[in-house]
Design a protein around this ligand. Structure first.
Ligand code: PAF
Length: 281
């Protein structure tokens, strides 16, 4: 597996591959790779000739300095995992100094309202930071296909919107959320949970399943009320939000129109912030 840490060496390598007619897939990550990432990477490997995986803990998407400092990182383990999967992977592990050569700050994007609720409301400037790094990485890698997980569904919609608005010549591929046997959505942050907190965290998935089960028989307001009651019964859970919103515009709705809806949940489990969502159709 080839590993690049600067733009001036990865670009000519990718250009050479593209000139030979190779199709390039791209999976951007912040490392601490788990099976969720690996499923995106394997999907990309099956659909492209080469897959670029980036590992870069992006400072501009953290609204909280402590969260950035304590974000899990294990580059040695990540490299051996990637090596064990395929020799068609190209790893890009750049430095902050090169990526943010003009200073560590976000560019400003208009997300057409997609950032108004949920993560956009609870994490100030988070999506400006995500869009900044993803557009920088896309302009370096220039992939045919880029892979994003549905666990971060709002992020996925924002990237789809960015690629559309900026007319970027890359297809965004949606990948289903991978879950543990007990339903907990795989996330790098799960490594910060104790055994009992992990068990407690499965209540987020249970709440989403409850919403899915009751979506056709109960009013949205009633579902939301019941989920909030269920969550506040656990002292270890501090709920940020539980919202039912349409997939396209991500507007919270108490009415059921002829749209595709998802239930979204976010909260702290013993101090670790987790998010999850489920489709209701
Ligand atoms: O989902 C993530 O891991 C990050 O937000 C991303 C897309 C790699 C950008 O830093």
């Amino acid at each position: 597996m080839l590993i690049f840490s600067d733009i001036s060496s990865i670009k000519p390598h990718l250009n050479k591959l593209k000139k030979k007619g190779n199709i390039i897939g791209f999976v951007p990550t912040m490392g601490a790779l788990h099976n969720g990432h690996l499923s995106l990477i394997k999907k990309s490997i099956s659909e492209n000739n080469f897959t670029v995986v980036s590992i870069f803990v992006n400072p501009t998407q953290f609204d909280n300095a402590k969260d950035l400092l304590t974000y899990p990182s294990n580059i040695k383990n990540d490299i051996s995992l990637l090596k064990s999967i395929s020799n068609k992977i190209v790893l890009f592990n750049p430095d902050s100094e090169e990526i943010y050569s003009d200073g560590i700050k976000s560019q400003q994007f208009n997300f057409n309202g997609l950032d108004e609720h949920m993560e956009g409301k609870y994490r100030q400037n988070h999506f400006q930071g995500v869009a900044t790094i993803v557009s920088k990485l896309l302009s370096i890698v220039e992939p045919d296909n880029v892979y994003f997980g549905e666990k971060d569904f709002q992020q996925l919609r924002i990237i789809e919107n960015l690629v559309f608005e900026k007319k970027i010549n890359t297809k965004v591929v949606r990948c289903e959320t991978l879950r543990d046997f007990d339903g907990l959505a795989l996330s790098s942050r799960n490594s910060k949970l104790s055994f009992s907190s992990k068990k407690m965290a499965t209540n987020l998935f249970k709440a989403l399943n409850f919403a899915k089960e009751k979506f056709n028989s109960l009013d949205v307001v009633e579902i939301e009320k019941k989920v909030i009651e269920q969550m506040t019964a656990y002292s270890e859970i501090k709920l940020d939000y539980f919202i039912i919103a349409d997939e396209e515009k991500l507007e919270p709705s108490i009415l059921k129109n002829n749209l595709k809806y998802r239930a979204f949940i976010a909260g702290y489990i013993s101090g670790v912030r987790l998010i999850d969502n489920i489709k209701l159709y």
